[in-house]
Design a protein around this ligand. Sequence first.
Ligand code: ZN
Length: 190
Amino acid sequence: MESVSLLITLLCAEFLGRVWLEIREVRLTMSRGGVFALLRVIPLVNDIVPLPENRREPSETEFVKKHEEAHKVMHHGILRNIAKLILALIAIWFLAAQLIRVGMPLWQGILWLHVVAIPFRVLFHLYCWNQEYEADAYAHKELGKQKTKVAMRELAECEIPYTHFFALMYREHPTAALRSKRLLNKVIKK
Ligand SMILES: [Zn+2]
């Protein structure tokens, strides 16, 4: 019974935290909330709500091609899938332990998994971000500063603006601002 009240407390905290995050996002980026924002504050539903990242796809510049080449050369796709697989195995183990050893009902086990997975999700995003920075650095090294600048501006134009914190919670890509800061030591605006 104790574990149920703790679970409910955590879910309420999650809900309030996400509402705060959405309000902060609207204020800082001047964007409208929309129906996705409503879905994102609901536990479990927010695990599957898609997050649109771009207004339009960035064009296939040399930088984009080199960036994609870097992902291939560095086996990022495979590594990312291995990371996903490891996380999925931990999740299955965790759920099985709750159901079999603790004797928890399925719905509770799933909700616990949802809550416990939140920090792991953030860590996974950081892992993906690191891959993106690596691919950017590779393209930058191959093409030089000027082309990188143009590519970062293009990226900033295409991207739907999100704050760093919001991106950390929801996105597998760092924001254009973070990427240009990392590469060129300054934020390239559109
Ligand atoms: Zn990439």
